[in-house]
Design a binder for this molecule. Structure first.
Ligand SMILES: [Fe+2]
Length: 223
């Protein structure tokens, strides 16, 4: 393929040349690293959400900003947490919504279509106490069989970021956020029931983050 006088490389051309001339494990490990980076995650989230779900896109931008704000407490996991923050809600996209459990649908897409790193998929699959909503939907066994839960500290950090960010991406008190979800769905809705059951764990996650990162993260009373 050429463009004017100079040969023009496509992404697949470059990929083929590398696969032929350098060792494949090196290439694969770099591909995995790339598919865990916040830059990659932001680009993918933007591509999926910005136009069809602009409010959801505003929300994930706020959640990612939260993740960056607590980066000092996370050490080497900070980039992974930010990547998960960007991608945690892609399962709301109608095209990806297979089961209706957005955490599972998003994680499946990342695993099957994007070949994302396992821990990133696990974080997305279980974010904000997903297993409780999965129980309500009869999907808990499937969720846990396909994706192991993430380590508690990381999972709690993502829950903190999600549950202290409004649907428009603004920092809010966790209590405000919980009330907003109940108002949005109505008290009888499955999501409201799930959030009601998950509330003690969500509050624990926020408290844990606050205790760990008082100088950098906003507390329940200062969100
Ligand atoms: Fe969210």
């Amino acid at each position: 393929m050429t463009c004017g006088h100079r040969p023009c490389q496509t992404a697949s051309d470059v990929s083929r040349r590398h696969a032929a001339s350098v060792n494949v494990p090196w290439l694969m490990s770099n591909l995995v690293l790339m598919r865990t980076s916040p830059t990659w995650a932001k680009g993918l989230a933007r591509m999926l959400l910005e136009v069809p779900l602009p409010r959801r896109w505003a929300h994930v931008q706020g959640v990612a900003a939260r993740a960056r704000s607590i980066a000092p407490t996370l050490g080497p996991d900070a980039a992974l947490l930010e990547a998960a923050a960007w991608l945690h809600d892609i399962g709301y996209l109608p095209e990806l919504a297979g089961t209706g459990l957005h955490q599972l649908d998003g994680a499946r897409y990342l695993r099957d279509a994007e070949h994302a790193e396992s821990m990133l998929c696990r974080l997305v699959a279980h974010h904000s106490c997903a297993v409780i909503e999965a129980e309500e939907r009869g999907l808990a066994e499937i969720l846990c069989r396909e994706f192991r839960s993430a380590p508690l500290a990381l999972a709690s950090a993502l829950t903190f970021c999600d549950m202290t960010t409004s649907p428009d991406g603004k920092p809010v008190h966790v209590e405000w956020r919980l009330a907003e979800i109940h108002n949005r769905y109505g008290s009888e809705h499955l999501v409201s029931r799930s959030i009601h059951r998950a509330t003690p764990m969500i509050l624990d996650a926020v408290d844990q983050l606050h205790a760990k990162a008082a100088p950098t993260a906003s507390s329940r009373c200062n969100a």
